[in-house]
Ligand binder design. Structure first.
Ligand SMILES: [Zn+2]
Ligand SMILES: [Zn+2]
Length: 433
């Protein structure tokens, strides 16, 4: 009997299919109780229960689960196999180096509209892909080195990382600072969308909170005694609107006046604006920040207010491409019936994701997948689609394609080196600032 890479991929897919009911339940449980960034306690519970209660064949190790891993609502589940070298015909000490593969799960929702970005499906796909890969490797361990074609199996560690707060909290940036990504060689995740795409540009993003402080006074009786913080906010908003005419077409700046005063007959003494500043490349972001900050300062000067800049969260980085992984994922996905769009994705509009920060520290892939609906992300229609039965088929296809891509990285000679080379090249073209 021989074991080929294609056979292993088939086993990974079967393993995911065999767990489809549990995976669907996991997704629905997260979807039905939407929680905001850093408050995903129920989702954290559902995910960690899922991995601690994973049925394993006799004599196989279970997942080692760490609850509240570095953040209250983050988790980590690890499984490791020491591999074998078939020449010796025996299992032996792990052949160096240990290959460490990560699968990322998001599970936060949006205020008011629930899982309108479908992060419940990201959680499901990450869990399913890790399950499929583990199942394929376990089957190889059971069949042993004599199985044939796969004569050398490196030591492999699979880590599932639950990463909270993608929608605005930069959870992955916090985890990176806590060294959660230090011991990973390649990471995988996938995001629900209107179509299958192996890559879509995601911009660098600076989340800026600005406060103006003036002086309250009666707005009719003693107006000359007041210093109007709302005037500062309005001028700043207008300054930024004018600036918008002079920035590159690919840059974005948009915001709201979050606090504009308390009562019409009191000159506002404190106001607050929230703005997102976005550029396609991280190195362009400081230029836009400087221009925007000048607009905010000018408004303070004009009104006599004091201005304060607050940075609650880390910047989001743009997503670095890894074309080798994209191509491998596309090949696997097509065999499973995924339909990848051939439109020019690079000119399309996009948002931002904290996976961008991850893409600067470890090679990885963040493809998008169709969920059976044309609904746009961040709408109520998308929320319904993300919780529908129809989405399950597409989520499982995506998970299978990710698991198969991970098997390619493990077993296809030279692929890992190519992935690492793509990572180095992309990083050198978009340096951190
Ligand atoms: Zn979103
Ligand atoms: Zn999202």
């Amino acid at each position: 009997m021989t074991t080929s890479l294609e056979e292993l991929k088939r086993r990974a897919a079967e393993c995911i299919e065999a767990s489809s009911e549990r995976l669907g339940e996991l997704s629905r449980e997260i979807w039905s109780r939407p929680e905001l960034a850093y408050e995903e306690r129920q989702a954290h519970g559902a995910m960690t229960r899922f991995f601690t209660s994973c049925p394993s064949p006799p004599e196989e190790e279970v997942w080692l689960v760490q609850r509240s891993y570095k953040l209250e609502t983050a988790f980590r589940a690890d499984w490791q196999w020491d591999g074998y070298a078939a020449e010796a015909g025996q299992r032996k000490k792990p052949p160096p180096p240990l290959l460490r593969l990560g699968f990322l799960c998001e599970y936060d929702a949006l205020p008011g509209i629930g899982h309108a970005c479908g992060h419940n499906l990201i959680a499901e796909v990450g869990a399913a892909a890790a399950l499929g890969l583990k199942g394929a490797l376990e089957s190889l361990r059971r069949s042993g080195p004599a199985a044939g074609l796969l004569r050398q199996v490196p030591a492999v560690k699979i880590s599932v990382l639950g990463t909270p707060a993608e929608e605005g909290g930069a959870g992955k940036a916090v985890l990176i600072k806590s060294d959660a990504f230090n011991n990973l060689d390649v990471v995988f995740m996938a995001h629900p969308f209107q179509e299958d795409l192996s890559y879509m540009p995601a911009m660098a993003n600076n989340h800026l909170t600005v406060q103006y402080y003036g002086k309250a006074s009666h707005a009719a009786a003693y107006l000359w005694e007041g210093v109007n913080a709302l005037d500062a906010a309005v001028l700043a908003y207008n300054n930024l609107s004018v600036l918008r005419q002079q920035i590159k077409p690919t840059w974005r700046l948009h915001g709201i006046i979050k606090r504009g005063g308390e009562k019409p007959n009191v000159i506002p003494s404190c106001t607050e604006l929230e703005f997102y500043l976005r550029t396609p490349l991280l190195k362009e972001l400081p230029i836009l920040k400087e221009k925007a900050e000048s607009c905010f300062r000018a408004a303070a000067l004009a009104t006599g207010c004091k201005v304060e800049f607050k940075r609650k969260y880390s910047d989001y980085y743009n997503v670095l491409r890894n074309e080798c992984l994209e191509q491998t994922f596309t090949e696997n996905g097509k065999k499973l019936g995924m339909h990848f769009s051939d439109k020019d994705i690079l000119s399309g509009s996009s948002g931002s994701t904290d996976f961008g920060n991850v893409s600067y520290v470890v090679p990885g892939i963040h493809p998008y997948f169709y969920i059976g609906s044309e609904a746009l992300n961040h709408t109520e229609e998308f929320t319904r689609a993300a919780g529908s039965d129809a989405a399950q088929k597409y989520a499982l296809h995506t998970a299978k394609a990710l698991a198969m891509t991970a098997l390619d990285v493990i077993f296809r000679p030279g692929l890992l080196e190519q992935v690492q080379e793509d990572f180095r090249r992309a990083k050198s073209m978009s340096p951190e600032v």
